[in-house]
Write a protein that binds this ligand. Structure first.
Ligand code: SF4
Length: 221
């Protein structure tokens, strides 16, 4: 089985487990997802969802954010880690959206990464999550599961994206991203993955086939 066939099989099996995979961030439009993705660095989706709900009741578009002081926005998003840094990024990002994109979120990764605070992972999340276009969303769950399965040996979002984009046809990128992220959260956890208990991919998984993933299990297991 070559890599593309393996990806097809992984997608086929995981779709049975997760028929409608989607991001856990609860957004209504591409702009909300962009702001939330910036807030989500090193933060739980649950906290970002809570924070965003309050934030977007008053502030609805880039122009509203572009006029804020960093202190003000940092206070509004104080629940999330690095709130000052993220507030600064969000404001600068919104100023750029207003000045350069007519207040609209671009739907291309190469344009999104020109915005302050937006790296390739965030850009791919917006392109895939909000616009439904081919995107490899290499968050920490995706990177972990893709490595265990043997789809890549790269460890950083940029390198993982580049590596997989060169080997897998674009029509599989988004499905594979959403499914591996969901699988990583629910089954293929960082410590003590539920291989025998819940995973339908043991026969396709390099980590399981080589060592039964012994190196990521705590002693009591
Ligand atoms: S077999 Fe284990 S390590 Fe491999 S993908 Fe499944 S849960 Fe993850």
């Amino acid at each position: 089985m070559d890599l593309v066939e393996k990806v097809e099989e992984i997608i086929r099996r995981l779709k049975k487990l997760y028929p409608e995979p989607k991001l856990e961030l609860e957004f209504e439009n591409s702009f909300q997802l962009l702001v939330m993705s910036i807030m989500a660095a090193q933060e739980s989706d649950r906290k970002v969802n809570q924070t965003a709900k309050e934030l977007f009741t008053e502030l609805k578009e880039p122009a509203h954010f572009a006029l804020l002081e960093v202190e003000d926005l940092a206070r509004r998003i104080s629940r999330v880690r690095w709130n000052y840094q993220k507030a600064e990024w969000i404001i600068k990002c919104c100023q750029s959206l207003v000045e350069n994109y007519g207040g609209k979120v671009p739907d291309e990764v190469d344009e999104l990464v020109k915005l302050p605070g937006v790296g390739r992972k965030t850009a791919n999340m917006v392109v895939g999550g909000a616009f439904g276009r081919p995107a490899i969303i290499a968050d920490r769950h995706f990177i972990r599961v893709a490595n265990r399965l043997g789809l890549t040996k790269e460890k950083t979002p940029e390198k993982v994206e580049k590596d997989l984009a060169s080997k897998i046809p674009p029509e599989y990128w988004l499905d594979l991203s959403l499914l591996l992220i969901e699988h990583g959260k629910k089954v293929c956890k960082a410590k003590n993955p539920l291989c025998e208990e819940k995973c339908p991919l043991t026969d396709l998984c390099e980590c399981y086939q080589k060592t039964k993933c012994s190196e990521v299990r705590t002693k009591k297991n």
